[in-house]
Design a binder for this molecule. Structure first.
Ligand SMILES: Cc1ncc(COP(=O)(O)O)c(C=O)c1O
Length: 346
């Protein structure tokens, strides 16, 4: 019997429309910062309910640029979880800032106002909650702490908290369009989104060498741009996003209906959140015969960082999490097989 794939999504139904879009751009002769990027930026901003979207080369650059755009500079502290993909911390380090790691709630895999508050110091310049696995961190509560909040929404396109989209909750937010993400393109790309005109303008300058007019250079920036080919692909796929997220939610509901919760601890959305299930991550004290553990070595214990921090929720999540198959293409029979394999082992 074939294994149920961990990432069970496919772009096959969209291949013809993607090929048409790529062909249109290839023939247009406009490849960098042209009408497709403009249109995608406007469409994604409208989808999220924010004023500005700035397309960049990947989600890591998006974080570097967003942090600088909200005023983080060398020596500043940025409070963030350690239980995340390493790039969240790397982005802060790459701009000369210092990641200060706070704990998470092991049930939601996200930071809380209490864990963030415990890590604040007079040198804190920003907070980066991560909407891990497609859950949503409690950003409105974090904003009450009085610091700029940059949401790392790389894994959370399509998620919501109290009727707002993840990405529309903070001072700015960043996305990754890496091919396995909820909203994918065909290579690496990403975006910064914000409702704040000044943050949007600075992010737009930083992605193009720190220039507004391509003649005068007022900042040391980056060459980090979403290109026309991928913007055209994203414009084909963005209208599918909500439907895909609904299928992911149905798969999660089926796991629950089939009794998975009798064997492992199920993912717990933050109160008020509608989870996007980028990954379906359960917790178990025993090794499971299916799935994969994520971030077994959290960022603060990676060799490039090795920060001293006591983070019991992080250690628990790192030790006990298992991502089970999730995606837009799973059948009830496949989900049933996963539940059977998990139940046979516990
Ligand atoms: C939570 C998180 N932050 C940041 C990133 C970085 O995005 P990218 O791979 O597009 O640079 C990722 C991507 O995997 C991620 O999962």
């Amino acid at each position: 019997m074939t294994e149920v794939p961990l990432f069970a999504s496919s772009l096959a139904p969209y291949h013809d429309r993607l090929a048409e879009a790529l062909d249109r751009v290839a023939r247009s002769g406009r490849y960098i910062l042209g009408p497709e990027v403009d249109a995608f930026e406007e469409e994604f901003a409208r989808y999220l309910g924010v004023r500005h979207c700035v397309g960049v080369a990947n989600g890591t650059d998006a974080l570097m640029i967003a942090l600088r755009a909200v005023g983080v500079g060398p020596g500043d502290e940025v409070v963030m979880p350690s239980f995340t993909f390493y790039a969240t911390a790397e982005a802060a380090l790459a701009i000369g800032a210092r990641p200060v790691f706070c704990d998470i709630d092991a049930r939601t895999f996200c930071v809380t106002p209490e864990t963030v508050r415990a890590a604040l110091t007079p040198r804190t310049r920003a907070i980066v909650p991560v909407h891990l696995f497609g859950n949503v961190a409690p950003v409105p509560d974090l904003r009450e702490l009085g610091m700029p909040v940059v949401e790392d929404a790389a894994q959370a396109a399509g998620a919501e908290l109290r009727c707002s989209k993840a990405g529309a909750l903070g001072d700015a937010a960043t996305f990754s369009f890496f091919p396995s993400k909820n909203l994918p393109c065909l290579v690496d790309d990403g975006a910064i989104v914000t409702d704040d005109d000044a943050i949007g303008e600075l992010a737009r300058m930083l992605r193009f060498h720190g220039s507004k007019d391509k003649v005068t250079f007022t900042h040391v920036g980056y060459n980090s741009r979403l290109d026309e080919l991928q913007a055209a692909a994203l414009r084909v796929l963005l209208p599918e996003l909500d439907g895909w997220i609904e299928r992911r939610r149905q798969a999660a509901a089926t796991y629950e209906r089939l009794g998975l919760g009798g064997h492992v601890a199920l993912p717990e959305p933050t109160p008020g959140a509608r989870h996007a299930y980028h990954l379906y991550v359960v917790r178990s004290n025993r090794e499971l015969p299916v799935g994969r553990g994520y971030y077994r070595t959290p960022a603060h214990r990676q060799p490039a960082i090795t920060a001293d921090a006591e983070l019991p929720g992080t250690e628990e999540a790192a030790r006990t999490n298992f991502a089970l198959p999730m995606g837009t293409e799973l059948t009830e029979e496949q989900l049933g097989r996963v539940v059977e394999r998990v139940s046979g082992s516990t």
